[in-house]
Write a protein that binds this ligand. Structure first.
Ligand SMILES: [Cu+2]
Length: 148
C-alpha cells in the first residue's frame, strides 16, 4: 500500500513537470496574412516542440512598436514567449536558450537572411547574427550562424 502511494505521488510529480515544460514552450506569433516565410518559421518552431498561437495582424509596424522591437532589429513576424520578444527568423535553439537570459527584452534576426529557419532557398546560406536587446537598450550579439 505504501509503495503504491509513493508511486502515485511520483507520477503526479512527473505529470506536473511535463505540464510545466509544455507551458513554457507556448509561443505567440504575430504576422501578416500573406507572409509565407512567417508560416515556414512557424512550422520550424512546431517541429522543434513549440506550440504556436498564430495571430494574423493588419498592422505589423504597430505590433512591433507595442512589443518594443527597435526598428533596426526589424524583420517580418514578431513572436512573444514568457514576456520576451522574438523578432524574425530566429532558430528554435536560440529561443530555448533565451530562458538563460532574463536580462534581455528579446532577441532578433534582423532582415530576412537566406538559410535562416523558414528562409531556406536551396543551398543558399547567408551568414547572420542573433542580436539581443538589453533592458538598458543596448544591442548584443548572442549567436552567429552558420556556427562552427
Ligand atoms: Cu520572413
Amino acid at each position: 500500500m505504501r509503495t503504491r502511494l509513493r508511486l502515485i505521488a511520483l507520477t503526479a510529480l512527473l505529470i506536473g513537470g511535463f505540464a510545466q515544460a509544455a507551458d513554457s514552450l507556448t509561443i505567440d506569433v504575430h504576422r501578416d496574412a500573406n507572409c509565407g516565410c512567417c508560416k515556414d518559421w512557424i512550422k520550424h518552431m512546431e517541429s522543434n516542440g513549440f506550440s504556436v498561437n498564430d495571430h494574423v495582424e493588419a498592422n505589423m509596424a504597430t505590433v512591433k512598436q507595442e512589443l518594443g522591437v527597435p526598428p533596426q532589429l526589424g524583420s517580418c513576424h514578431t513572436a512573444v514567449i514568457n514576456g520576451q520578444f522574438i523578432e524574425g527568423h530566429v532558430p528554435a535553439a536560440q529561443v530555448l536558450a533565451l530562458k538563460e537570459r532574463p536580462d534581455l527584452l528579446g532577441i532578433a534576426v534582423p532582415g530576412m537572411p537566406m538559410g535562416s529557419p523558414g528562409m531556406e532557398y536551396g543551398d543558399r546560406q547567408d551568414p547572420y547574427q542573433v542580436v539581443g536587446l538589453t533592458k538598458e537598450g543596448e544591442l548584443e550579439v548572442v549567436a552567429e550562424y552558420p556556427g562552427n
